[in-house]
Design a binder for this molecule. Sequence first.
Ligand code: BTN
Length: 248
Amino acid sequence: MTHLKPKVLRFESLPSTNTELSRLANEGAEEGVSVVADEQTAGRGRLQRAWSSPKGAGLYFSILLRPKFATNYWPLITMMAAVAVYDTLGEACRLQADIKWPNDLLSGERKICGILAEAIETPSGRAVIVGIGINLTEDAYPAELADVATSVSEATGRAADREAILNGLLRWLGHWYWLLSEGGGPESIVSGWSSRSSYAFGRLVSNGDDVWQGTTCGLERDGALRLRTGDDEIKVVRAGDVTSLRRL
Ligand code: BTN
């Protein structure tokens, strides 16, 4: 079930698929237009980080969305994409991943996929570029990240089929985006995310600087993470990253 009509534009090399798609969106590209590159020379990650993108080592993909629902639910778009990647990796690679709030895909506690969603203004209205980088081989990430990163081929012991992953991604994105915008609405993403993530309940987490810590206790309706920080205290986290302290 989908109303997304993906149209995939392929490139050998781009600075960043998100940047290229943002340019196309400003020229009037429709919802569903997607960009894939064999390599990125200036791949971008969350929190102003670079995203290593060597030729053929990863899937570097962006899709344009023009959501019609209220902007306070737009944070769910990136979580919707994480759920779609989770289902794609399960189906196309027989890989059971995990999702770290809000949208990192992990395999055995190591990052296998990152998602960068960017809201932009275009002449035909506000839009969201959802950029997805999946590590296909160990060449995708720098050697110094070997303790915290992994790839589809390492996690499965089999070569990653980039086309099968891309096709699955287009289908699952269509499915989950339809659920978010027309089907079950925000609840479908909150429950889909929660049932796929070990971070939804009972994980002791902190922010990077250990300014606070708490035990996860589900998501708000807009995707914010609820933490129990004391007997009667609930903290709601809407931005940034969390770090797992230990599994309860
Ligand atoms: C993260 O920091 O975890 C997000 C990484 C997102 C990387 C992808 S690769 C395709 C798209 N183009 C970019 O420049 N970034 C995203």
